[in-house]
Design a protein around this ligand. Structure first.
Ligand code: SF4
Length: 170
């Protein structure tokens, strides 16, 4: 008989029927429900990401479809600028945007099952919307005042909503 799977379960130990109770320290101490102690949670590793909220003169935000593999695969997202890149140069090279102003937004942590993602949003005011190297089907200038149902990860939606709230106030 597997006592651990049947009688001595974590949440409802059946001590009154247990043949081991005279030798059971948990029972003798009056703490049968305290054992086994919960395993300490493993600390999750932390990754960093810079997500760009590139806005044009119409107040639209540039979204890009993520590659099929990796986090948020195939979803629409804010562009993720690699940490080693100069933001203005990267925007110019990738999207044909001239960054007029770059300001940091409020940091956000999103937790996946295997890691935390610490997101630094950067607001980039851009002066035009020429697309240089992206496929047109993989990029869109998104009207945040008329959101649609396209697939986006929750933190991206949150960052867009926060950006919209700031725009509406000003
Ligand atoms: S007496 Fe001890 S071993 Fe038996 S059910 Fe209770 S806690 Fe589990």
């Amino acid at each position: 008989m597997d006592l651990g799977a049947t009688l001595c379960t974590r949440h409802r130990p059946g001590c009154t029927h247990c043949p081991l109770r005279q030798d059971c320290r948990a029972y003798l101490q009056g703490r049968p429900a305290d054992f086994p102690a919960a395993r300490p949670r493993k600390a999750l590793p932390v990754r960093q990401a810079r997500l760009l909220l590139i806005s044009n003169h119409d107040g639209a935000i540039l979204l890009e479809r993520r590659p099929p593999a990796g986090i948020w695969g195939g979803l629409w997202s804010l562009p993720e600028c690699p940490g080693a890149e100069d933001v203005a140069a990267w925007c110019a090279r990738r999207y044909g945007c001239h960054a007029l102003r770059i300001t940091p937004g409020k940091a956000l942590r999103h937790t996946f099952s295997h890691f935390h993602l610490d997101i630094t949003p950067l607001h980039v005011r851009a002066d035009h919307k020429t697309n240089t190297i992206m496929e047109p089907s993989e990029i869109v200038w998104y009207n945040t005042s008329a959101p649609d149902e396209r697939g986006m990860a929750a933190p991206v939606r949150q960052l867009l909503a926060e950006w919209r709230a700031v725009v509406d106030i000003n």
